[in-house]
Design a protein around this ligand. Sequence first.
Ligand code: HEC
Ligand code: HEC
Length: 197
Amino acid sequence: MRLTHVIVATIVLAAPATAQGLRGPDEFKIIEDQSERSKALFNEMAKVITSPRCMNCHPVGDLPLQGDEMRPHNPPVVRWDESGFGPPGLHCSSCHGAENAEFASGGGSIPGHQPWHLPPVSMGWIGLSVGEICEQLKDPERNGNLTLADIAEHNATDGLVGWAWNPGKGRTPAPGTQAIFGELTESWIETGAACPS
Ligand code: HEC
Ligand code: HEC
């Protein structure tokens, strides 16, 4: 009992990098088994990945989703082809600009960041388990031929990823910060990029 309390206190003190519901990689050093630590790190990353901010843009079908409740995109739009920019004449950028734009009526906003578009179907996550998403991320045949180092870089620096922490009025940001998410990804890879089952 006592020991548990000491451990909990240590975790809290040693975790300056934790923010808004996302724990930094240092909090996982207590897990000695490398593979178990790696899985735990991915489960923490999954708090970001499975947030509506990421999932809405990573559908398995042709239709993006909207809002915290992940409703179908209104007005209806489709990816059109693998490049994911929508049909000629109604590209995503017809409505999605370089910045979030508040509705004139107040209330909400149209998200904005360039180049706003859907990833290929192979990178769709909705309906997949956390373990399945993990396997997708690691698979060059489905991840756009990225190395693990590329994935770490993408998570730490990509602008569409970063938009999730600045999503505009009417949307809940992804948990934590992009910096912590990037650090978690790096530690997950350093510990062998193991996937939870
Ligand atoms: C506006 C749409 C959009 C949003 C929002 C978005 N993504 Fe993506 N994502 C893409 C596109 C498009 C690609 C394909 C690669 C590219 O063109 O950059 C991609 C690719 C990826 C990849 C690499 C390929 C793979 O294996 O899936 C990762 C990792 C990723 N996104 C993570 C995220 C995370 C994490 C979030 C939320 C924090 C997020 N994305 C939010 C559009 C989006
Ligand atoms: C005709 C205008 C229009 C077009 C074209 C359009 N969108 Fe949207 N989109 C909107 C509006 C408006 C919203 C905000 C709705 C709201 O939140 O009430 C939105 C919201 C979204 C969201 C929700 C983000 C979130 O997490 O809440 C995603 C994802 C999205 N659009 C992706 C796309 C993609 C990808 C394309 C191109 C294939 C596209 N949109 C084309 C008008 C458009």
